[in-house]
Structures are given as C-alpha cells and as structure tokens.
Design a protein around this ligand. Structure first.
Ligand code: AMP
Length: 218
C-alpha cells in the first residue's frame, strides 16, 4: 500500500515513519532525505536544490517528480511505501497519481499529522537529525542514548541549517500556502484520510498511526 504522511515541518511524521518502516518492512521515502543525500554527493540535482532548501522554499516540482520516479524504479515491485514530505504541492500529487497508475497502483491512505505552530517551532529548535539514516531526535523530548550520536547507525547527528528560527518561519508559511491545500485535495480523493493529533507523546501518536496503517492493510 502507498501511504502519504502529510503535516507541517516538525510535526514528527519523519520519526514516526522511520519507526513504522523498521517494524513492518515498509519503505520510508523522504524526499528531504533524498535531496540531502544528493547534496552530500554533489550531484546536479543536489546543486540545483541547494538554494531552495537553504531558503526554506520548495524545490521545483519537475525536479522532485523526476527524483521520485527514479527512486521508485529502484524499489521492489509492490513494496509498501510511506511517503514523507512528498507530495508537497497539488502538481506533485497529480504527478504521483500518474507515476503510480503507470504501474497499476494508487495512493491507499493519507495520514495527516496536526500540531499547533508553537509546538512545531519548539520541536524544530531542539531537533537533531542523522545525515546517514534519516533518524530524528530531540534534545529535550527524545535524546539519543549517547549525546550527538545516532542510536540506529552510529553517525554524528546534526542540527539542520534549515531548522534555524528564520528558515523555520518561512517553511511554516510555505506549508500553509503550498502544501496545506493538499488536505482538501485528498479529502476528495479515493484514498482514505486519517487525522492524527500529533501534539502528544511519541508513543501515543505512534500507536494511533500504526493501527491506522496496519488496520487499512488487514
Ligand atoms: P524536509 O526534510 O521534508 O523538511 O525537506 C527539507 C527541504 O527539502 C524542504 O524545505 C524543501 O526545500 C525540500 N523538499 C523536500 N521535499 C520536497 C518536495 N516534495 N517538494 C519540494 N521541495 C521539497
């Protein structure tokens, strides 16, 4: 099944996706992680994406759709997929439908994670990310066992440049302007839509998220 995780930056959808993918074998596809990997590797896409990412703006739809198409082609056929941070515009959602229908699939479920802006800002300020495996921690609420080191793969954690307060404000505006319209878009779509209150403990959110996805596959 293809599941889309929708929600503002900092709402915790990436952390939830990593946990669920670890437990049920689904593939976690984060366009943010793929772009950061492209930047580290110095590819043409990475160079093109850099200025948009650093400013908290969206990378153009054609670059993102090309990236997703290429990544999906490398996955096992019929894999369960958790899309995190994609789609982010209506054009990306339409492009995804086209890519999936080419291989006989569709979006099965959309999970919308919701939390107030002040919670998102606080979480992003304390967020530490693993540049290698995509795991996400928070120095206040969910620290790694050893300070600054990823529990999962041992890499050194970073505070992403785009998690700085000024860029965070812009990313939240961009979410409201360009990504939030996807909520209405998916309400009129065949996919089931589930809303989760993400302003709770990680475990409480995870339990609801896991049950929604596992229940839909049963
Ligand atoms: P994220 O890790 O999902 O917060 O993404 C970090 C940054 O990568 C975003 O602020 C955008 O600049 C870029 N990005 C990630 N995913 C997308 C997407 N689907 N469409 C456009 N830009 C994206």
């Amino acid at each position: 099944m293809v599941v889309i995780l929708l929600g503002a930056p900092g709402v915790g959808k990436g952390t939830q996706a990593v946990r669920l993918a670890d437990s049920n074998g689904a593939v976690h596809v984060s366009t943010g992680d793929l772009l950061r990997a492209a930047r580290r590797e110095g590819t043409e896409l990475g160079r093109k994406a850099q200025s948009y990412m650093d400013a908290g703006e969206l990378v153009p739809d054609d670059l993102i759709l090309g990236l997703v198409r290429e990544h999906l082609a490398g996955l096992p056929e019929g894999a369960d997929i958790l899309f995190d941070g994609f789609p982010r515009t209506i054009a990306q959602a339409q492009g995804l439908d086209t890519v999936l229908s080419d291989s006989g699939f569709g979006v099965g479920m959309v999970v919308l994670f919701e939390a107030p802006d002040e919670v998102l800002v606080k979480r992003l300020a304390g967020r530490r990310s693993c540049p290698e495996c995509g795991s996400v921690y928070n120095v206040h609420f969910d620290p790694p066992a050893e300070e600054g080191i990823c529990d999962r793969c041992g890499a050194k954690l970073v505070h992403r440049a785009d998690d700085s307060p000024e860029t965070v404000q812009r990313r939240l505006e961009v979410y409201k302007e360009q990504t939030a319209p996807l909520i209405e878009h998916y309400e009129g779509h065949d996919a089931e839509m589930v809303r989760i209150d993400a302003d709770r403990s990680f475990d409480a959110v995870y339990e609801e998220f896991r049950q929604a996805v596992v229940g839909a596959r049963a």
